[in-house]
Design a protein around this ligand. Structure first.
Ligand code: SAM
Ligand code: SF4
Length: 468
């Protein structure tokens, strides 16, 4: 049994991160024969991509995927810790699974992802959720076959969570959810330690992948006919800073663009590391999509300082203005309201910033204290009612700008990568190069292709169009 330790997770060790190759556990071969699995994924794209790895490892062991969770022999919850409600969802699901397990004693239940990295969560799983058979963390995903094999053999609760990040493991198999859009990790972890954020604890120190491994993966995707890659990391602009070579995000962006993949996206960008050269690369290569997610978090310098964001409102605006020189660019953001000591005047500064930036899209959150982070210890000034009111007022303004941004598209002909059937019956949907969701009538044979669509109508969250 190996349990998480927050003190250890907080440390940043100087030791060089090595590269390892995934080794298949021969002892576990066939443990999944005639058995099915179901994975429930919470949280960000990083988790979605981890689930793609988990699925492939399980299929190597003989398991097959079961769409209906209630029928699966193995259920894994890949969890998220970013806010309290993500926690609540996962614990709520564990409650449901308890009943399922009462009816089906052979059911195996696993929990992994960011929540598994939390001391308190694991303590609770050991005390109150003994029916969870296996718990593994974000640093030892590749050990799943061993851990599962042990759970099968011992029929006891197996917990293996490393607090210190390990090496970078290459060669973990992947079952991609999509046949034309792929996530490619370019780095793991985060060293920014924004005071509200749990990610540096649950995902460990920043570790950039070797550029040759990334480019090999992208080239393989090109060969397979993939149309889009999203380069993933908590703070992709800091790519390469932890390596001994003079090769940074702008170089990687250029090399990925040169592979010829039709669409390159990247996320998430921290304003601190966004360089002028990156902006030049986006302008230079038409296959680097003109769409940037640039979380601001707050428009008040007092709050930005308390958040440890390392930039001021003025510096953010300077970068924002530079980004706006990219033709047709769309910029989205993340904003937190109700951070400890946020006063009405601070919140109004956030509204001023939103009125200046007129974002094309974005996500807004109420501050959620995460145990173990510095902000969780700060004195909270506002009531939940005030926070909800601020969120509501912020959303009204943000939504107005989303609609305006979409309305500007009406009458234009745009390139759309067709995703699949739309939620609107009888229609297809896809994304423009500027990352706007668009619905239109079309034949299913268009799925996976980039086509021309004329924008005919605009809503707050999507566009309507007709194929040209
Ligand atoms: N690495 C990215 C960055 O620096 O912007 C974002 C990572 S996080 C998965 C996504 C968003 O969740 C953040 O931008 C932030 O707005 C929000 N978030 C993180 N911790 C939070 C907390 N404790 N309470 C509320 N929102 C939070
Ligand atoms: Fe969290 Fe992003 Fe800040 Fe890292 S940069 S600590 S992931 S909010």
């Amino acid at each position: 049994m190996q349990l998480p330790d927050y003190k250890e997770a907080r440390k940043r060790h100087q030791a060089k991160v090595e590269k390892e190759t995934y080794v298949f556990d021969n002892d576990a071969v066939n443990i999944g024969l005639n058995k099915t699995y179901h994975i429930k994924t919470y949280g960000c794209q990083m988790n979605e991509h981890d689930s793609e790895n988990i699925k492939a490892m399980l299929e190597q062991l003989g398991f097959t995927e079961e769409e209906d969770m209630e029928k699966a022999d193995l259920i894994i919850l890949n969890t998220c810790s970013i806010r309290e409600n993500a926690h609540n969802k996962a614990f709520g699901m564990l409650g449901r699974l308890k009943h399922l397990k009462e009816d089906r004693k052979d059911l195996i239940i696993g929990l992994c992802g960011c929540m598994a990295q939390e001391e308190k969560v694991v303590e609770e799983l050991m005390k109150k959720y003994k029916y969870v058979n296996l718990v593994f963390g974000t640093h030892n995903l590749h050990r799943l076959p061993y851990i599962l094999n042990e759970a099968f053999k011992t029929r006891k609760q197996v917990i293996e969570v490393y607090s210190k990040e390990g090496n970078i493991v290459e060669g973990i198999p992947v079952k991609r959810a999509n046949k034309f859009k792929a996530f490619v990790n370019i780095m793991y972890g985060c060293d920014k330690f924004c005071t509200y954020c749990i990610v540096p604890y649950t995902r460990g120190k920043q570790r950039s992948r070797d550029k040759d491994d990334i480019l090999k993966e992208v080239n393989n995707l090109v060969k397979q006919g993939y149309q889009e890659v999203t380069l993933l990391g908590q703070n992709v602009n800091a790519y390469g800073k932890d390596l001994d070579i003079d090769y940074k995000m702008e170089n990687l962006l250029e090399d990925v663009a040169k592979t010829g993949i039709p669409r390159v996206r990247f996320m998430t960008s921290h304003p601190w590391d966004f360089t002028d050269n990156m902006i030049e690369m986006i302008k230079k290569y038409p296959n680097i999509m003109p769409s940037v997610h640039l979380p601001v978090q707050s428009g008040s310098n007092k709050i930005l300082k308390l958040m440890g964001r390392k930039y001021t409102k003025e510096e953010y605006i300077k970068l924002f203005d530079k980004l706006k020189t990219i033709p047709n660019v769309t910029i989205s953001t993340d904003i937190i309201v109700g951070f400890p000591s946020e006063e009405e005047s601070d919140f109004e500064e956030t509204l001023d910033l939103v009125n200046y930036c007129k974002y094309d899209n974005g996500y807004t959150f109420i501050f959620s204290p995460r145990e173990g982070t510095p902000a969780a210890k700060l004195k909270d000034m506002s009531t939940l009612e005030e926070k909800s009111d601020r969120l509501h007022r912020l959303n009204e303004i943000m939504n107005k700008y989303f609609l305006e941004s979409n309305q500007k598209m009406v009458g234009k002909v745009v390139d759309v990568l067709v995703d699949g059937p739309s939620e609107k019956e009888g229609m297809l949907c896809g994304y423009t190069d500027t990352n706007k969701l668009i619905n239109f009538v079309g034949d299913e044979s268009l799925i996976g292709k980039i086509i021309k669509v004329e924008v005919t109508d605009a809503k707050t969250w999507s566009l309507d169009g007709k194929q040209k």
